[in-house]
Design a protein around this ligand. Sequence first.
Ligand SMILES: [Mg+2]
Length: 94
Amino acid sequence: MQMEQLYQKTLDRWGEDAQYDQTVEECAELIAALKHFRRGKVNQQAVIDELADVTLMLGQLTWMFGTERVKESVQKKLEKLHKLLEAPDQQMEE
Ligand SMILES: [Mg+2]
């Protein structure tokens, strides 16, 4: 099954709001896993598993909001980062 089909089926089954809620929840789980990893309470796999959950939700939301629009925004931010890296004295603003 194509990812797009999977995203559509997920949206059909649980609805739009559930996707936002699930993304928030998965981000929170990743935050917790990273904090625990820093304190040596969980191993790398725990972080990887949460990264996988967030990656899937980012795919879902990116598809929902428009892959091209997100790509455009990522491109702009990469250009900004590139400029920042060329001028190492400056602080990142966003
Ligand atoms: Mg999770």
